[in-house]
Design a protein around this ligand. Structure first.
Ligand SMILES: [Zn+2]
Length: 292
């Protein structure tokens, strides 16, 4: 196994400095990642291994905001066993028993204690697993002890009432210790969390999935999360089989990509193993990535 590199990529959005931190690697079934798209089409974009899995990343975004460090999503955490890691091709081990996310924080001079705000786009294990960590004594506790954690109320309700289809991605150990400490704030609709950082509903992957719009100095960036996990998912019908409401994803993509092109948003791809971000244009047939 090998986690995608580089660990950290840094740029500015207006007056804000942001760091895309690759919190580890993950390998998922290519067919499941591309839904109804036939393999001969998707494997031209991302090749499959001998178990039909494609290499993915788990990119988190750290924003240096005047009010404190804001972290969007937290990767898969350090609590899973070897069998689970084998199944999902998880490769995210960092120094001191923690994960590549903490390594990335250290690389930019930050500690977990310095994070002021954590935003969870949703509570699946590969996005919220790093909300908590297991210490040397085996105790599970919040990874960012001084942070306020934000998530959609509907997503929390959905995660805590799973069914046979949705339960495999939601582990209470990733969010209940945060609830127990009273550190979660529940959001019910679009909301500016701190100046210039806004959560926007992007339903489809889960009914209450949200993405994050960052605005500063006339520039805009959009952290897509699982609304559009890699740059290969830009064409409207290239939608994950994992999505619980794929036709809702389709309309979310149509709406968001139109705005992204019109308003020149930098799109940030959470699961892309190689491409962290880019702008989009519609070439008359489909959306495609253009460089900045
Ligand atoms: Zn995901």
């Amino acid at each position: 196994m090998s986690a995608p590199l580089p660990l950290v990529q840094t740029r500015t959005i207006g007056k804000l400095t942001v760091h895309a931190i690759q919190s580890g690697g993950q390998k998922l079934d290519g067919g499941a990642m591309f839904g109804v798209v036939p393999k001969p089409l998707w494997e031209r974009r991302i090749p499959a291994d001998d178990r039909n899995r494609i290499q993915l990343g788990m990119r988190c975004l750290l924003i240096e905001h005047p009010s404190g460090l804001v972290l969007v999503d937290t990767g898969a955490g350090n609590k899973e066993d070897d069998k689970f890691k084998q199944i999902y091709g998880l490769d995210n081990e960092g120094a001191d028993g923690r994960t590549c996310l903490e390594d990335g924080l250290r690389a930019v001079g930050a500690r977990p204690e310095d994070v002021a705000i954590v935003i969870n786009t949703h509570l699946h294990f590969d996005h919220a697993g790093g909300n908590t960590w297991r210490d040397e004594a085996g105790t599970i506790k919040p990874s960012f002890p001084n942070a306020r954690y934000f998530v959609k109320r509907g997503e929390y309700d959905y995660a805590t009432h799973p069914n046979e289809r949705t339960g495999a991605s939601y582990f209470p150990r990733n969010f209940m210790p945060v609830v127990a400490e009273g550190m979660f704030e529940f959001v019910s609709r679009e909301r500016e969390i701190v100046k210039g950082i806004r959560v926007i509903p992007t339903p489809g992957h889960t009914p209450f999935h949200e993405s994050v719009l960052i605005e500063s100095g006339g520039e805009r960036a959009f952290f897509l999360a699982d609304m559009l996990p890699t740059h290969a998912h830009l064409p409207l019908p290239w939608i994950m089989g994992y999505d619980v409401e794929p036709l809702v994803t389709l309309e979310t993509k149509r709406r968001i990509l139109r705005r992204a092109e019109d308003e020149h948003w930098l799109l940030i791809f959470e699961h892309d193993a190689t491409v962290p971000w880019g702008y989009v244009e519609h070439d008359g047939k489909s959306y495609r990535l253009i460089n900045d």
